[in-house]
Design a protein around this ligand. Structure first.
Ligand code: ADP
Ligand code: MG
Length: 747
């Protein structure tokens, strides 16, 4: 029976039950959810240990051992003594084990036969809890495995350490892996030989063997490089392929006209464009003129002036006789966009009204879920008839069956609030053409991350802020230990208002019905990516609930901010009330706006020069950066106070202080990403279940990702459905899952 199994050659799809038998396979399935040979071989070692080293359960920096600590050590038995215990009945066996220059005593009770396994010179792995013994360290009754006896003839030079559990030891995984590798038929390599040669990549079989059982670090590095390549390549094939399938139809060509709205708008601009606004504008303009659908991610820190870049692109499309739509994540933002586009356009945006520019003015139409029936009918008609050159609305509403006369461009603002998939809806509508797409994000995403997550978008960046901006002076205010500082903060609000400016006070919660932090906009995967502070780890245990707008508002109005014109704003107010408050604040009729994160993105009131964020430690770093971007939008100096009860020296306060010292959004995004386990970064992006991404790191593998992207383009250019590359089609499926790989079937 057993011989039968052993003589059978296994493949990646073979079940572990077949390959290893029930006794070994069951714990692998139960403890680690590994069911096939492929699952097991993709369960990569977490790290390796050299002979004569100790690894510990936690990767502690400091070198001192602690009693009770769980360690695994790989050492050499130097001597063994067995004796009867003096005061109790029973036998005790002590093995002296050297690990480098350090000594450990491994103690076994009533197992005299162990002496046979632990002859001097034996190399073995011992795993157990440390205790003090005779001035040295002891492992009492450790688990152990002998490594250089008989069967372990080809003991690897480095011992793999696997993600394992107390029930399933790392070395049990190692033994299973070795068994499987012995039986494994050379797996078919999905990567074409030419590609492997060009990039100096090991074969799949070699890579799998050497990632698990390397002799040298060099070997395991080469193996990892190959396996990382697989993941990057699978992902980029999916990204590039999806893009290709979305763009099999041409986009409407919208060449720039020198006598149109775009030119008239430029002539009226009250300020000079920044260099990067001009550069990006030119590149967008050139792309819109062509029939290859534009697919662009525009990144720019808060306040860098993305809206004008988008508006200039939209006007070029309107000049070509087509329509543009601007999608915003919230009603507040949509309404504000419509208002500010109209204001910027002036008479150019008032088609059909008395003071419109007589020549070719256009109309900006707002379409949100809360419009009354009549207003909605009119807005829909505007969109359908083409009377509205620019339609602004929330994502949800526009995607639900709004018809357009001739849609040329879709602009998506603040992409990080959306899923990656949602932008495809408008584009995949039937028709001869497919619109150009411009996605804007103010949450800066490092280029490698953008490539990985949005590999199907090209990116442009606004790298400078408009002239005259001053950095937002950000200060952490530990109100718990320095209540006077908070008093001083309220005095400063009076000073700002006295100088004719306005102030935001932001709270994490609405209040009353017991809302939750962040409820305004449910977090998306990408939010999680950039706001690691949502993790339970940093959500310090706290006695009181986060401060709420409904409590802080009245408290300030009756207390320290009495006499100022104060309003509250949050997502649960009726829409017209929200609009009224926002308009009043925009027009300077409100001094202090106490709000939730509804003001987080896009809100643009240049006269607001101060923001006080209450319970700032409850927000993620990126979110705080977004929030503070609401001030510093005019030429007056601005400030942001991060109020917290966190104690000096606590990680929460340190995080806020770091943010306070970091004005640059890209740097902030890096701060965020660095504390994040990147498996999660990519994993979170995969819908739900099992992700095929194990090793790829968006921070460390930027170069591989870029190379893989080029190769993916080259392969898909000649074989768009991967019909001639079944191995690659399989790779795509295994890396991104069936859903994401759907483009393969669509062609
Ligand atoms: P964001 O990139 O955060 O969306 P906005 O587009 O809202 O930024 O622009 C922020 C503010 O800066 C707006 O008031 C806008 O009118 C102004 N602005 C944009 N470009 C310039 C410029 N080149 N010079 C001066 N002010 C500008
Ligand atoms: Mg904006």
């Amino acid at each position: 029976m057993r011989g039968d199994i052993l003589s059978r050659v296994v493949g990646m799809e073979t079940s572990l039950l077949t390959a290893l038998g029930d006794k070994t396979a069951r714990p692998l399935a139960r403890q680690l959810e590994l069911r096939t040979v492929g699952d097991l071989l993709r369960h990569y070692p977490r790290k390796y240990i050299e002979h004569a080293t100790v690894t510990r359960a936690t990767d502690r920096e400091d070198q001192r051992f602690r009693p009770g600590e769980h360690v695994t050590l790989l050492g050499t038995v130097e001597g063994v003594t067995g004796r009867r215990m003096r005061h109790r009945r029973g036998h005790v066996l002590e093995a002296r084990v050297s690990v480098g220059a350090q000594w450990f005593t491994c103690t076994f009770f009533n197992q005299p036969y162990r002496e046979r396994d632990l002859k001097p010179g034996t190399k073995a792995l011992f795993s157990g809890d440390l205790s003090r013994y005779k001035g040295g360290w002891q492992l009492a009754a450790p688990d152990f495995i002998v490594l250089n006896a008989g069967a372990s003839a080809h003991l690897p030079g480095l011992i793999p350490v696997y993600p394992a559990t107390r029930r399933l030891r790392s070395w049990q995984v190692m033994m299973a892996v070795r068994q499987v590798l012995d039986l494994l038929d050379e797996p078919e390599d999905p990567l074409p030989d030419t590609l492997r040669a060009a990039h100096g990549l090991a074969s799949l079989g070699d890579a799998l063997r050497r990632v698990h059982l390397p002799d040298t670090y060099e070997e395991q590095r080469a193996a990892r490089r190959r396996l990382v390549w697989d993941e990057a390549f699978g992902l980029q094939l999916a990204m590039v392929g999806r893009r290709a399938s979305a763009t099999t139809r041409p986009a409407p060509a919208c060449p720039r006209r020198e006598d149109g709205l775009a030119a008239a708008f430029d002539a009226r601009l009250p300020f000079a464009l920044t260099g990067s606004q001009r550069d990006v504008g030119e590149s967008l303009s050139a792309a819109l003129a062509g029939t290859e659908p534009l697919n662009r991610l525009l990144q720019g820190d808060v306040g860098s002036g993305k809206t004008i870049v988008a508006l200039r692109a939209m006007l070029q499309v309107v000049d070509a006789g087509r329509q543009a739509v601007l999608l915003a994540p919230t009603e507040v933002l949509a309404a504000q966009h419509a208002r500010s586009l109209r204001a910027m356009l002036g008479p150019l945006g008032r088609a059909g009204e008395l003071d419109a520019d007589p020549e070719g003015a256009t109309r900006v139409t707002l379409l949100t879920g809360s419009l009354g029936a009549r207003a909605r009918r009119e807005a829909l008609l505007d969109a359908q008839s083409g009377a509205a050159g620019i339609v602004v609305g929330t994502h949800a509403v526009i995607q639900q069956g709004v018809g357009f006369a001739d849609l040329g461009l879709v602009v998506v603002d603040e992409q990080h609030r959306f899923g990656v998939h949602q932008r495809d809806e408008l584009r995949s509508r039937p028709g001869e053409t497919t619109p150009h797409v411009l996605v804007m994000t103010a949450t800066p995403i490092p280029r490698t991350v953008a490539l990985t997550l949005y590999g199907d978008l090209d990116t442009s960046e606004l790298t400078e802020l408009p002239a005259g901006r001053r950095p937002i002076a950000t200060t952490a205010v530990p109100a718990g230990v320095k209540p006077r500082w908070l008093d001083r903060a309220w005095e400063r609000v009076h000073e700002e208002v006295g100088a004719g400016h306005q102030v935001y006070v932001v709270c994490p919660r609405i209040g009353d019905e017991g809302g939750e932090p962040g409820e305004e906009q449910p977090p998306t995967a990408a939010d999680d990516l950039l706001d690691p502070e949502r993790d339970e780890e940093t959500e310090a245990p706290v006695a009181r609930p986060p401060l709420a707008v409904s409590e802080v508002g009245p408290m300030l109005a009756e207390g320290p901010l009495a006499g100022l014109r104060l309003e509250i704003l949050h997502g649960r107010l009726p829409t017209d009330e929200k609009d009224a408050v926002m308009r009043a604040f925009g027009e300077g009729r409100v001094d202090v706006l106490v709000a939730t994160t509804v003001v987080e993105v896009g809100v643009d009131v240049p006269n607001a020069t101060m923001m006080i964020i209450m319970d700032a430690d409850r927000f993620g770093v990126s979110q705080l950066h977004q929030l503070r971007g609401r001030v510093g939008r005019g030429s007056a100096p601005s400030s942001c106070l991060l109020v917290t009860d966190a104690l000096p020296g606590s990680p929460a306060l340190e995080r806020l202080e770091r943010l306070a010292a970091t004005p640059d959004g890209f740097e902030v995004a890096r701060l965020d990403l660095q504390v994040r386990d990147e498996g999660d970064v990519l994993g979170a992006q995969q819908s739900g279940r099992h992700s095929g991404l194990h090793m790829l790191s968006v921070l460390r593998h930027g170069d591989v990702i870029a190379e893989a992207r080029e190769e993916a383009r080259a392969v898909l250019a000649v074989d768009p459905s991967l019909a001639d590359h079944p191995g690659l089609a399989g790779l795509v499926r295994s890396v991104v899952g069936e859903d994401e790989a759907a483009f393969l079937d669509r062609l």
